[in-house]
Design a protein around this ligand. Structure first.
Ligand code: G6P
Ligand code: MG
Length: 218
């Protein structure tokens, strides 16, 4: 019996994954790291410092920088990202998401946010969705990021539910892996190949309704 929904933010609720990509790509190219689709997809859902490490490894330059320099590089990316999200409005909510959240609320489902982003609360404010997410996992409190299940287990805990009573919603392969390892029902939104391990998948957010999820779960 499903009682709660634990949501990823970037790429699920809103189109911020595009801004993360843009800011990381700018930094990667400045560092001489070739940008590929594999790198782009692999970064989705990954914490800020883990993302930087992934980019440096892709360019085989992970040993070139001190820890302080790495923090400065990650901060540079974040400054660019924050400049983008400051311009966001509720118009940046992805199609169908507002209706989906309203439907969940009206049907008594509990809702939590499980985003790896430290900018998550700011994005929710920009979108005017803060009230929909009374429970937000603090990514700074985690010992491991996605694909580790910790963030989704914590989301269920915040709702006072067993993981088995929760659905997790994700656009990234690392996120689906985390949800599955947490023993929640995984709902993926996006590409079929990337999200091959999702229990239920939709091409886009407009199709992700409570009725469609229930039908797909049987
Ligand atoms: C999400 C995004 C990632 C991002 C991570 C950390 O998981 O999908 O692309 O790197 O959050 O975001 P932050 O805003 O804390 O740098
Ligand atoms: Mg995401």
């Amino acid at each position: 019996q499903i009682k709660g929904f634990v949501f990823d933010l970037d790429g699920v609720i809103t189109d911020t994954s595009l801004y993360h990509t843009k800011a990381w790509r700018q930094l990667a190219e400045k560092l001489g790291v070739t940008w590929t689709k594999t790198l782009e997809d692999g970064l989705k859902g990954i914490s800020r410092m883990d993302s930087l490490e992934m980019i440096l490894k892709a360019g085989n330059i992970q040993d070139k920088y001190t820890q302080d320099e790495k923090v400065a590089l990650a901060t540079e990316k974040n400054t660019n990202y924050v400049n983008e999200i400051k311009k966001m409005t509720p118009a940046n909510i992805l199609p169908g998401i507002k209706a989906f959240l309203d439907d969940l609320r009206a049907n008594g489902y509990l809702i939590a946010l499980a985003s790896a982003s430290k900018n998550g609360p700011t994005v929710l404010t920009q979108l005017k969705l803060t009230d929909y997410f009374p429970k937000v996992v603090d990514p700074a409190s985690l010992s491991k990021g996605k694909p580790d299940p910790e963030i989704y287990i914590r989301g269920a805990e915040l709702l006072g539910l067993a993981p088995e009573a929760c659905v997790g919603v994700e656009d990234a392969a690392a996120g689906i892996e985390a949800i599955n390892a947490a023993n929640e029902v995984s709902v993926g939104v996006g590409d079929a190949t990337t999200l091959a391990d999702a229990d239920v998948r939709f091409d886009d957010t407009a199709q992700m309704t409570l009725a469609n999820i229930k039908a797909a779960m049987g």
